[in-house]
Design a protein around this ligand. Structure first.
Ligand SMILES: [Zn+2]
Length: 462
């Protein structure tokens, strides 16, 4: 298999020695791959993997954890052996006073793994598919490494190299007609962004009703998802309201079918966000995706690489795309706005007569989402300075200056990750709606697991 690309690092000078582990006997009662590894290690012997690919996959996990010590956002979730995380922390700590050497060690290991995967020969197509997905993940790490190491990496290089998506091109003038429609929908004083912000703020959930409204919305998202998916026993999440974050919500998957979902209350939380976040972060979004991965890929197939969910990796468009598309999957047609009007607006003490205008506004602002990709591209590539980017972000994001600045802070932190929300949603939608059984197709994306180019190839072959 020769599938190396030009993304290879040039830094690989330091070899990382790996000793072959002696055989170990797993404990009889241990079931999952993680439990068997932990049992072997507890017995004082490194675990012996069944195949070379399994071994390389485990080395990727260790590398991801080590890289996560210098890129705090890289490891979105980890539910593998706890000792591996401790080992990564210890290695990183040893090299704390030699940060350049630490980078060399990581770069060399990235190169070594890419080469090792490239040299593999496969028993069957399933193993080859698994290896290709792992290779995409390691190559994505190589690109992210370059960002963290301070090398110039363009927006388009990140989009293609990390997220496995062909870079889009945008003519911003195509959004003028949508902006004009929004302007007409909400007439009055001030800029369009100010009027949109004021209208949305008039539909904020009062602080003392936040918990109840969210609980109700999440329960509805869960019921609708559980009607199509067998969720594992004991799955649950905790929800916290937090402040001072660059995002509006975040799911920290804890492993063991448990999530911690944080909702940012820096800005008023508008009524439509309850179902949005309940679906996106919870059901059938991130929480469900993570538990499918743990249940099917890790526990079911023993694919140890999926004990790490790298934020900057080829499954990003599927993660955010399924989170966003999951809203319309669970609430097709008018079902979301009807549920909000009939159930959530009264709970929050809001006027249900305003629901239709909110729905019309959201249909229009949804069309502007891709414009913020272009703002992010120009900002990250240095075409726009921060003030120019902030003004342009406000124009297309249609929020207050403060909330638009929060969005730019998101771009500072996560960079080209922004494309995953809208381009990912488009890709997930295109696949799900191309056949019967939408929930089954949605699940297949997450558990195959497919990346953007897999789906685009599948669609092109039709
Ligand atoms: Zn998300």
């Amino acid at each position: 298999m020769r599938i190396l690309s030009a993304i290879l690092l040039s830094l690989a000078l330091v070899a990382c020695g790996q000793e072959a582990p002696p055989p170990a006997q797993p404990a009889a009662e241990a079931q999952t791959i993680v439990e068997r590894i932990e049992a072997a290690e507890a017995a004082g012997a490194p675990f012996e993997f069944a195949s070379e690919l399994d071994q390389i996959a485990a080395e990727y996990v260790r590398l991801a954890l080590l890289f996560g010590t210098i890129d705090a956002n890289y490891v979105d979730a980890y539910h593998g052996p706890a000792s591996w995380r401790q080992a990564a922390a210890a290695t990183s700590h040893e090299l704390e006073d030699a940060p350049q050497e630490r980078l060399f060690v990581i770069a060399a290991e990235i190169d070594r793994l890419i080469q090792a995967i490239d040299d593999l020969e496969f028993a069957d197509d399933g193993e080859a598919f698994r290896a290709v997905q792992l290779l995409k993940t390691v190559r994505a790490l190589a690109v992210r490494f370059n960002v963290v190491a301070g090398k110039p990496v363009s927006f388009d290089e990140e989009v293609a190299g990390i997220y496995d998506v062909a870079p889009p091109s945008y003519d911003l003038s195509q959004y003028d007609a949508v902006l004009a429609e929004i302007d007409a929908l909400l007439p009055g004083e001030g800029s369009t962004a100010e009027r949109v912000d004021a209208f949305r703020n008039s539909l904020a959930i009062p602080q003392d009703k936040l918990q109840a409204v969210f609980d109700r919305a999440i329960a509805e998202c869960r019921t609708r998802t559980a009607a199509h998916f067998d969720l594992p026993d004991g799955e649950h999440f905790r929800m916290e309201f937090v402040n001072d974050k660059p995002w509006s919500g975040y799911n920290y998957y804890q492993g063991g079918f448990e999530s911690l979902i944080q909702i940012n209350t820096d800005f008023p939380i508008i009524i439509d966000r309850a179902v949005d976040l309940g679906c996106h972060e919870g059901y059938p979004g991130h929480h469900v995706w993570n538990l499918f991965i743990e249940e099917e890929l890790v526990n079911g197939r023993g694919w140890i690489e999926y004990t790490v969910n790298p934020l900057f990796g080829p499954f990003g468009p599927m993660a955010e795309g399924s989170g966003n598309y999951g809203i319309e999957l669970a609430f097709p047609g008018d079902e979301k706005i009807n549920f909000e009007r009939e159930v959530l607006f009264p709970m929050a003490g809001l006027d249900p007569a305003l629901a239709d205008k909110l729905d019309a506004l959201n249909a229009l602002t949804g069309k502007l989402s891709h414009a913020t990709n272009e703002v992010s591209r120009r900002y990250l590539d240095g075409v726009l300075d921060r003030a120019e980017a902030a003004a342009m972000m406000q124009k297309y994001y249609l929020a207050s200056a403060e909330k638009s600045a929060q969005r730019l802070r998101f771009v500072d932190t996560y960079r080209a990750y922004v494309i995953n929300y809208n381009i990912g949603q488009d890709i997930v939608r295109s696949y799900v709606e191309a056949g019967d059984d939408p929930w089954g197709r949605f699940r297949r994306i997450l558990t195959a697991p497919l990346t953007a180019s897999d789906i685009q190839e599948d669609m092109a072959a039709r």
